[in-house]
Structure formats: structure tokens, C-alpha cells
Design a protein around this ligand. Sequence first.
Ligand SMILES: *[C@@H]1O[C@H](CO)[C@@H](O)[C@H](O)[C@H]1NC(C)=O
Ligand SMILES: *[C@@H]1O[C@H](CO)[C@@H](O)[C@H](O)[C@H]1NC(C)=O
Ligand SMILES: *[C@@H]1O[C@H](CO)[C@@H](O)[C@H](O)[C@H]1NC(C)=O
Ligand SMILES: *[C@@H]1O[C@H](CO)[C@@H](O)[C@H](O)[C@H]1NC(C)=O
Ligand SMILES: *[C@@H]1O[C@H](CO)[C@@H](O)[C@H](O)[C@H]1NC(C)=O
Ligand SMILES: *[C@@H]1O[C@H](CO)[C@@H](O)[C@H](O)[C@H]1NC(C)=O
Length: 308
Amino acid sequence: MLVALWSIGLFFSLFTFCSSSDKDCIVGIVGHAALLPCYHQNELLSFHNLSVEWRRGNELVLKAKWEEDGDVVIWSLNHATIPRRAPITGNFSLELPKVSAKEDQMVYSLFVTSDENDTVPLCSMCLRTAARFSSPLLQKDEMAESNRTVFLCQSSGGFPKPKVYWLINDTEQPPEDSVRTNATPLPDSNLYNVTSLLTVNISTDDSVSCSIQNQWMNETLTSKSSGAKDNTIRSRASEGMWMFSTGLCVAVGIMVGAGVAYQIHLDRISKKRRVLYESTKAQRRYKKHQFLEEETQEEALTSKETCV
Ligand SMILES: *[C@@H]1O[C@H](CO)[C@@H](O)[C@H](O)[C@H]1NC(C)=O
Ligand SMILES: *[C@@H]1O[C@H](CO)[C@@H](O)[C@H](O)[C@H]1NC(C)=O
Ligand SMILES: *[C@@H]1O[C@H](CO)[C@@H](O)[C@H](O)[C@H]1NC(C)=O
Ligand SMILES: *[C@@H]1O[C@H](CO)[C@@H](O)[C@H](O)[C@H]1NC(C)=O
Ligand SMILES: *[C@@H]1O[C@H](CO)[C@@H](O)[C@H](O)[C@H]1NC(C)=O
Ligand SMILES: *[C@@H]1O[C@H](CO)[C@@H](O)[C@H](O)[C@H]1NC(C)=O
């Protein structure tokens, strides 16, 4: 039950339907598999010598032909697949093993051809591709002579081009001409690196935050530089690391403290024991000594007596 709910959740999170344009779009995560759903329950069982084609624009992506004896011959680009039992189950969904950013906004269509010689378009949908940006890195550079501060916000490896927002003290938007944003496409993957510069004249007490919004990922990543009191610049992830390391330090400190205290306690006990032991030994020695002395005295006495 739990697994089923989880997989449904995963399904909806990975392949979010969106109706921004006239066609339904499927969002595929770059580098992951994507499923382009297509279902047809009726009539197909009556088709003979059924063959289907998935096309991306005009390009053929997959062709499958079911023979009369039930055998299926599949040809495809980039290992795309279709369920072998599609004519029986009516599930003609196309599975792409690895989505690339280049496929963004391409239209995928399924055409069905039967012996009756009519080619019927069954499904058509667009694919939107998305890739997560790295957590933004925010750097501050004070230009002493001009009284201005420059903030640099950088993030890499995302898709599509993000929107970059700056906020001063969590509420004020800086003037438009104080921001310069640049998204650079990476040559191999078509993903983007984004760099944004904010040049402002603000007091050192003011906080500044930079947000990278990825519309298709439905994700906004924020990095914040707090004011003068705490001049460290951190993103949420590094804040987590900071808290973790502080926690670790405190825990180790407590453990070391407890260890030292225990050791001191043990030392004290053993010292006490040693002192006790030492004193009893001394007492014993003293007693023994006394006893010996008495003995010798007695001996002396007796010898005197014998002499007498
Ligand atoms: C299916 O195709 C084969 C040859 O490709 C043909 O011999 C056969 O008659 C066809 N079946 C039907 C029901 O049209
Ligand atoms: C349709 O087939 C795909 C690929 O095998 C599968 O992932 C999906 O769950 C199937 N859909 C249904 C409703 O069974
Ligand atoms: C049926 O298909 C054949 C070959 O694929 C083609 O030559 C023929 O013109 C088609 N017939 C119709 C009515 O479309
Ligand atoms: C993109 O950013 C990454 C990580 O900061 C960096 O290693 C890479 O060189 C950048 N690529 C380009 C083309 O700017
Ligand atoms: C920045 O603001 C301070 C006071 O807030 C002002 O004295 C200074 O001249 C300003 N600098 C620039 C370059 O606008
Ligand atoms: C995007 O995320 C927000 C907040 O997590 C959520 O409320 C919203 O439903 C999401 N939208 C989509 C299309 O997933």
C-alpha cells in the first residue's frame, strides 16, 4: 500500500502534467528516464498486422510491428521502448531511458497503422525537460573607494534558463539597473550556468538574498548573506552543514569533558586508596617496629634477668 502510494507520488513528481500551451506537456528530468503515456483500450484487438510509430516531430523514434503469430519486431533510436503486449493491454506508452536537455519542447506523436491501411494519430504531447540547478553560491565584494557593495550569485548545471531574484532585507527588490544576469549554455549538455551581479549601496547591517527559480523543476533555491552582525555568507545546505558541525563539536566537547571528569574522579579514588593503603602500611610498619622494639627490650630484660 505504502509502496503503491510512494510510486504514484514518484510518478506524478517526475512526470508532471502541465497545460501551459494547447498541448499537454510531460516534464522529464534530464539524465533520467521519462514515460510518454499513451493508452488506447478499444478496437485495437481487431486490428491485424498492427504496426505503430512514435515520432518526434518528423523524425522516427520507434517502430513496432506485431505479426499475426503475436511476435513483435521493434526498431528504435536511443533504446526507446514500448510495452511488447501493447495491443492487448492498450498501453502504448513510450519509455525514453535517458532524457536530454536538447529534447525540450519537442512534440512526440504515436501513429497506428493497420492492414486497413489507415494511419491514425493516437497520442500527441510535448516534452519539457528540466534539470536541477546547484545550490547558489553568494559572494560579497565591498568596493571601498566607491562605497558600494557587489554581490555575485552563481549556480550551475540546470535547465531551462532560470529566473534570478534578489531581495534586500527579505522584502525590498533592488532597482532593475543594479542587476546583471547572464546564463551561459554548457557546450555538451545544453544545461546552463547562471551568474548574476548585484551592485548596491547598502549599509553593512542589511541582508541580501539571491534566488534561482527553476519553473519546470518547480524549485527555487535561495542563498542569503546576512548583515554585519553575522557576516558569513551561506546557502541553506551550508547552513545545515554548519549546524551539523557545531552540533558535532558540542557533542565531542561534552564527551571529552565527561571523560576527563570521570578520569579525575577515578584518579581521586585511586589516590585516596593509595593514601589509605600507604597509611595502613605505615601503621603496620610502625606497629611491627614497635613490636620489634618491645621484643628487643623484652629480650634485653630477659637477658638482663638471666644475667642477674
Ligand atoms: C498479415 O500480413 C501477412 C504478410 O505480411 C499476410 O500474409 C496476412 O494475410 C496479413 N493478415 C491479415 C489479417 O491481413
Ligand atoms: C504502461 O507501460 C509503462 C512501461 O512499461 C509502465 O511503466 C506503466 O506503468 C504502464 N501503465 C499502466 C497504467 O500500467
Ligand atoms: C496503402 O498503403 C500502400 C503502401 O503502403 C499504398 O501504396 C497505398 O496507396 C495505400 N492506400 C491508401 C488507400 O492509402
Ligand atoms: C559552469 O559551472 C561549473 C561549476 O561552477 C564550472 O566548473 C564550469 O566550468 C562552468 N562552465 C562554464 C562554461 O562556465
Ligand atoms: C551610499 O550611501 C551613503 C549613505 O547611506 C552615502 O553617504 C554615500 O555617498 C552613498 N554612495 C554612493 C556611491 O551612492
Ligand atoms: C510546486 O511546489 C509548490 C510548493 O512545494 C506546490 O504547492 C505546487 O503544487 C507545486 N506545483 C507543481 C505543478 O508541482
